[in-house]
Write a protein that binds this ligand. Structure first.
Ligand SMILES: O=C(O)CCC(=O)C(=O)O
Ligand SMILES: [Fe+2]
Length: 734
């Protein structure tokens, strides 16, 4: 955006009354005068317009007390506005009028053509602070300070770079909070979260250069959490660059994560320590001066410098009161307040199918508690949850990727992970990062859509602190628009602001995700076929064909905010289908119960790592039964801080990340792949090769199995009773 701050005066034309004369009007009863001054928009002259900006000459009415105003034509020498030919052709520009002691004057202003209304807020200025840098990321003591995120970019209007707050125009379909997160990401690469702040209690529209323009912006507070791996990667890119270029370690950084147009705008990210922003700005300018041979080539955005001065003033006041106060609590002490909660105990539910899992949920819960120390110290294990990039044989440029054969290395890697932990991370071209992000956005929109909630499409889980929506099969997804045809535009509530969103856009994104999931599911089923050695006759589609009935479903999940006392956000359970493909937003919590050895209950809860761009894949109990237990349907859960015990830092970095994670809603999208209803789950069919020991253990149709697990077992995927919606879904399984 252009944050214009003009130092040169605009061009006022003092034109009093008709032909510069003021006159009295008997009708005037003073009421009118009390409304003055004001602009008479009917009189606005458009002097010129480009795609983005319009130059207007406004007429505004003022109360005049000067009887000699008519002689006071100071502005005779002011240049007349250059009018487009249409003005001349139209003959009289309505002449400036005046009534009573009212005088009409003129003012030139610049208006954005994108402005929605006279009073709307055009843009956000982003006050983004990089937090939590040291704990999990960096052992370097120097690096623990919070940093202010700034951008520097070339501004043609002043023919130099300007150091600014990240900022941007608010798009039609978003509110200021969303615009701030989007712009921050586009301009710096950082993923932020909105923070409520005492300093900025409301979004107040403020004027950037009111002499020149009605451009209006509000300040939005955003935190950038360095516990998020994506942010650490962006920071790494800064760091490398800083080491090469900056003398003081805080300088400009070329950011690898910029969007293309940001690169074209030659934008760089600049991080300055929060403790002394004004000083750092001066240091930065001095360093810049050195770099370009004594000539400072970087300007400062007024809003940034004023903020820095304000911070200085605040610090000075704080230091004064601290010195004169006998009982002082430093910010540091406040941060060190201990959080003490009990370890949550849970039992019951779980995979009551039992045969595939060697431990009951009670065992698991007991083991989880007794293994707490080990669990807390356990780092993310690449052995437990390997990251597999799906690769296929043949020509990269071939169009029909989905029918390509996975390489045997890919197949073996997938199958061996599903044999040992039952979980793996998958990265594939079928699921581009951009699509993943869009899908998460669409999911959040779906779940926060008021009408979806009102119509019962979004269901609160009876026991878990979560809400979810089931999209059952591609057909139900495609039918969506039909039963929603009265709603061209849906309302949704984000924060305090009502917004509108086209449901079709949201559904289109979800449909795209569903299709991509189905292809990924097929690729994985082929990997499993090859990995289990079932493709002797070169038929890698043997499993794919048994899933061609559109029985899969998407579960859109929102875990609500909690606090240090929040235990599991999703209770431990195993999934019941073939495979679950899970996309989540990177908020910590997903854990799998991994056996340490073959002993019953000898396992522990391990965090499933989040890697941006990857999905998590795990085995459901149908596939586990089908393979006679060779592939594992592993218990998993979404933990909260109290699940692992947070005791004054004892929980370590992971517990702290759960604590932070529970301060925001968490979103995920589970895709459950289910086989066709009449498929017989027969361990004899799927188990080939050396697995003779587990043959013949199980034989049941998919439909019977689901019925058994739901009614007989009395539990759903999440270890609690089915909701009525899920029961009706089961009734519809063919
Ligand atoms: O949200 C998650 O990360 C896990 C969800 C899950 O396991 C499920 O819905 O079955
Ligand atoms: Fe699950």
């Amino acid at each position: 955006m252009s944050t214009s701050s003009s130092s040169s005066p605009p061009f006022p034309h003092d034109e009093d009354g008709v032909d510069g004369h003021q006159c009295n009007d008997d009708d005037d009863d003073g009421r009118r005068l009390s409304l003055l001054p004001r602009v008479d928009h009917d009189e606005t002259i458009i002097v010129g317009e480009t795609k983005w900006l319009r130059l207007e000459t406004l007429s505004y009415l003022v109360e005049s007390h000067d009887d000699d105003d008519d002689d006071d034509d100071e502005d005779d020498d002011a240049p007349p506005p250059v009018l487009p030919p249409s003005h001349d052709a139209a003959g009289p520009l309505s002449p400036p009028r005046a009534r009573g002691n009212v005088a009409m004057r003129r003012w030139d202003r610049v208006v954005r053509t994108t402005k929605r209304s006279e009073s709307s807020i055009d843009a956000v200025l982003i006050l983004a602070v990089l937090r939590n840098r040291r704990r999990r990321y960096d052992d370097d003591d120097d690096d623990e300070e919070d940093l202010l995120v700034l951008v520097r970019q070339y501004r043609p209007a002043v023919d130099m770079d300007v150091l600014e707050l990240p900022a941007g125009l608010i798009d039609d379909d978003e509110n200021a909070h969303e615009a701030a997160l989007r712009e921050l990401k586009e301009e710096t690469g950082y993923l932020g979260t909105n923070v409520a702040s005492d300093e900025i209690p409301i979004l107040l529209g403020t004027y950037l250069s009111p002499g020149l323009t009605n451009e209006c912006a509000c300040l939005v507070r955003v935190d950038v959490d360095m516990n998020r791996p994506e942010n650490r990667r962006v920071f790494d890119a800064h760091r490398v660059d800083n080491e090469n270029t900056s003398s003081n370690g805080i300088g400009a950084a070329n950011c690898d994560y910029m969007e293309t147009d940001e690169i074209e705008r030659m934008m760089t990210t600049v991080l300055l320590p929060m403790t002394n922003v004004r000083n750092s700005i001066h240091e930065y300018l001095a360093w810049e001066g050195e770099r370009v041979g004594g000539r400072i080539k970087c300007g400062i955005f007024t809003g940034l410098y004023n903020l820095a001065v304000g911070m200085d003033m605040g610090n000075a006041i704080k230091m004064k009161t601290t010195r004169s106060s006998s009982t002082t609590t430093t910010a540091k002490n406040e941060k060190e307040v201990e959080v003490e909660v009990e370890v949550e105990e849970e039992g019951g539910g779980g995979d009551e199918g039992g045969a595939s899992s060697s431990s009951t949920v009670d065992d698991a819960a007991t083991a989880a508690i007794s293994n707490e120390d080990e669990k807390l110290s356990s780092s993310l294990s690449a052995d437990d949850f390997p990251l597999v990039i799906l690769e296929f044989e043949g020509n990269e440029n071939e169009e029909e990727v989905i029918h390509r054969r996975p390489t045997s290395a890919t197949s073996q890697a997938v199958t061996s992970a599903l044999r040992s932990s039952g979980f793996l991370l998958v990265k594939t071209d079928l699921l581009p990062l951009e699509l993943q992000r869009r899908t998460l956005r669409a999911t959040r929109r779906y779940l926060t859509n008021r009408r979806h909630v009102e119509r019962g499409r979004v269901i609160s889980h009876p026991t878990d602190p979560k809400a979810y929506a089931m999209i059952e099969g591609m057909n139900s997804l495609l039918e969506y628009d039909e039963y929603d045809d009265d709603d061209d535009v849906d309302d949704r509530l984000v924060g305090d602001t009502e917004e509108t969103i086209m449901p079709s856009m949201m559904m289109h994104d979800l449909e795209e995700w569903y299709r991509a999931m189905r292809e990924t599911r097929n690729a994985l089923l082929r990997c499993i076929s090859v990995g289990l050695g079932m493709d002797d006759d070169d038929d890698i589609d043997v499993l794919v064909r048994l899933h061609d009935e559109d029985n899969d479903s998407l579960r859109l999940l929102e875990y609500s905010r909690g606090d240090a006392t929040t235990g599991n956000r999703c209770k431990e359970h195993s999934d019941y289908g073939t495979l679950t493909l899970l996309l989540n937003d990177g908020i910590s919590g997903l854990e799998a119960y991994v056996d340490d050895d073959d002993e019953v209950g000898g396992g522990s809860w391990r965090p499933v790592p989040y890697v941006e761009g990857c999905i998590v894949v795990n085995v459901g109990s149908i596939l586990s039964k089908w393979t006679g237990g060779a592939l594992r349907a592993t218990l998993h859960r979404v933990a909260g801080p109290a699940s692992v015990g947070v005791r004054g830092g004892r929980g370590g970095a992971y517990a702290e990340s759960l604590l932070r994670g529970v301060s925001v809603p968490r979103y995920s999208i589970a895709y459950f792949a289910d086989p066709n209803g009449d498929v017989i789950i027969d361990a004899d069919e799927l188990v080939v090769g050396d697995d003779d020991a587990i043959r013949g253990k199980f034989q049941m149709s998919v439909l019977d199995y689901i019925r058994w697990r739901s009614y007989g077992g009395g539990s759903d995927r999440s270890g609690v009773a089915f909701t009525s919606m899920e029961k009706s879904r089961l009734a519809n399984v063919r």
